[in-house]
Write a new protein. Structure first.
Lengths: 406, 406
């Protein structure tokens, strides 16, 4: 009988794990150097935490079940409810602005398809308690900083930026009523991807108003978007303006955004979103947290990794060890282990055969692993407190005293 | 309405997360420098993977449920079944020995109590495809290496070592029958903790045989334990012998061990196990994997953290940022962000106020955060391409050209 991973779930063999850890390391680095602190919450939360704001229909996409204590629980599909809960529990004691990030795994019961499994990692960066546009710009810069570290330049990815207040104001200027807004925003959101969306807009608002909107989508009326001006200015200070593209079509599907919104796309296909974020000033309170302005973004690992692969930028796994220690003869197995212990203690990754002591075979193993050096432990040199160090690239060898080995 | 974390689940606020990450970093470091590669599997697996070997009774301790596709699934309570599954799927293609480690989160539906929640992190280190005693010694040394890095010395912790083959051979030598073994091993396992265990042993085996066993427990008959000799010798080569204590009472509760077994205890209370491991040569095949010898250990985060706290060794959270940038006046907010961008790009963690520009308040914030330096961005110096750098410990200030700032 052969078991398999559940559909939509991933096994991370060492070579995949190395790539995952490299991407995560970049996420950590970009967050930390911008002064964000890491937090984490439980993988499992009470179901109500997720349905209280989004409504019970979200349950159909969740891994939800009853635990043995008859609690309705769910595997987390997103972080904001947990963030709101945790900030809420300590709101008074936390100095503002709260700058937190996390690198959690999320779970959604969806039909597995390319770029969308039932489990994924997502980098989340949030600022709570800041209403300044500079905060919006900062998280945008942090997202771009990570992509830049991974080798993705402005020729590879684009950040489309808009503002919900601006969007709504423009719609009001052509007499779109408030109750019509969600539907109209939904259609605008689809304009870039769905050829039928323009037609639906016309059906909904008439030819004249539809054409007006399509004009704004063609060319963002930046002169009227004063809400975005200071965000864009701060982005220039942060040096990320080359990645930015103000874009009227960027709405973000989620209803809860209240200010700047943005999405990062692969310039190649213009279809795959790599990250998305925005300001959601009412959301923390809606999830039962304190009434504090907030903003943030999420960046998943799946599309990002696909893109890095396509661009030949996928990080390479480092060699398993740096040094391979080779005992010359069976009586040198013990000394070889002493050499191992010394190297490891000094922070050098090192390995040696457990038993077999064929030198040629050991050197071949060292090569296969990608080790840069072999340390040969032979009886004569050992008696004098030394070993031979062989550079596996150049083939050069030299005798090194044990206390100098590192 | 106020939500809470589920009972037995932990919220990791930044200060707790920093400790968790420091412990994890030590686990990673000890693994990698000994040539182990990280892997990971799904948090959710099919229930059958866990019950196939352990039997259906394990289900009572699991977070098990039916997903929307009517699959019986469970949150992972341990890693070995996943490890066996993953190795099984690629056994032919993986060079032996397979040296893998992981730092997963596990889930068990148990009554939450001190040192035992419903979720915990556990470092797992395994070697598959090595029958040499040196492999046993190596993973023992890796476990100790991590504790040593965390500041725990041989005066703090002890590794009790035994061997299942030796145990069984000794029991056979006093005519304990094979069918009695599990029960007798179970009683021996309890001797160190349960005062009633000695009496039960006597009831079970009679006074004479019980006294014999109690004698071995008092003083390990090492001269008869040839199975352990080469493990202990390799441990001496690895320089960890001071942590070791051969101990007849160490059995390990789990039935599947086939060779050396060991547990690390806090020397203070002698009650709390920090880690445990051993050889389980038949287990990978029993979980449907290939028939390969194997061994490994697990070290959880909960008891370890408690112990570090008690010893005053809990790692401190690093300061949120190294540098706080202070704009002198509102027109310097933009230049301050340019300074931020430059510092961050050079890998220096740095922060600045989003809006407020009261210098005294900003310096106080810098101090509160634990920043080591403040960078003051004033109009005159900025016009000349420079900023003032203030060492927050000494109070010393100096002018630094922007291109030299790092």
């Amino acid at each position: 009988m052969r078991f398999r991973a559940l559909p939509g779930f991933r096994d991370f063999y060492p070579e995949q794990m190395a790539v995952r850890r490299t991407i995560e390391a970049v996420w950590h680095q970009a967050s930390r150097r911008a002064g964000f602190q890491e937090f984490d919450g439980p993988v499992l939360e009470s179901l109500e935490l997720f349905t209280s704001k989004s409504g019970p229909e979200i349950e159909t996409q969740l891994y939800a079940f009853s635990d043995k204590g008859e609690r309705r629980v769910a595997l987390r599909p997103e972080m904001t409810p947990t963030l709101a809960r945790m900030v809420g529990a300590r709101a008074g004691g936390l100095p503002k602005p709260i700058k937190w990030y996390c690198v959690p795994q999320f779970f959604r019961y969806e039909r597995p398809q390319r770029g969308r499994g039932r489990e994924f990692l997502q980098w989340n960066v949030d600022v709570i308690g800041a209403s300044e546009p500079a905060a919006d710009a900062e998280v945008m810069a942090v997202a771009i900083d990570a992509l830049r570290m991974l080798g993705l330049g402005e020729q590879d990815v684009v950040m489309r930026v808009n503002d919900r207040r601006f969007l709504r104001r423009m719609l009001q200027s052509i007499d779109v009523e408030e109750r019509e807004e969600p539907e109209v925003l939904g259609i605008i959101d689809k304009l870039a991807r769905d050829p039928a969306a323009a037609k639906r807009l016309e059906e909904r608002l008439g030819e004249k108003r539809a054409r007006e909107i399509l004009g704004w989508c063609e060319r963002m009326p930046l002169g009227r978007a004063e809400e975005l001006e200071s965000v864009l200015e701060a982005c220039r200070d942060y040096g990320v303006e080359a990645y930015l593209e103000p874009d009227f079509k960027t709405v973000r599907g989620l209803a809860y955004y209240t200010g700047p919104v943005w999405e990062i796309f692969d310039r190649g296909t213009q279809l795959r979103a790599i990250a998305g974020g925005g300001r959601y000033d009412e959301l923390i309170a809606a999830f039962g947290g304190p009434d504090l302005p907030a903003l943030g973004f999420g960046m998943g690992d799946v599309v990002l990794r696909e893109l890095l692969q396509e661009k030949g930028l996928e990080p390479e796994a480092p060699p398993r060890v740096e040094v391979f220690v080779v005992p010359i003869g069976p009586e040198m197995l013990g000394p070889a282990r002493q050499v191992l212990a010394r190297l490891r203690e000094r922070g050098v990754s090192a390995d040696a055969p457990y038993g077999g002591t064929k030198v040629g075979k050991a050197l071949k193993a060292a090569d296969l692993i990608g080790a840069r050096r072999a340390v040969l432990v032979g009886p004569e040199e050992w008696a004098e407190g030394a070993v031979r160090v062989k550079d596996l690239a150049s083939g050069q060898e030299q005798s090194v005293r044990l206390e100098d080995l590192e």
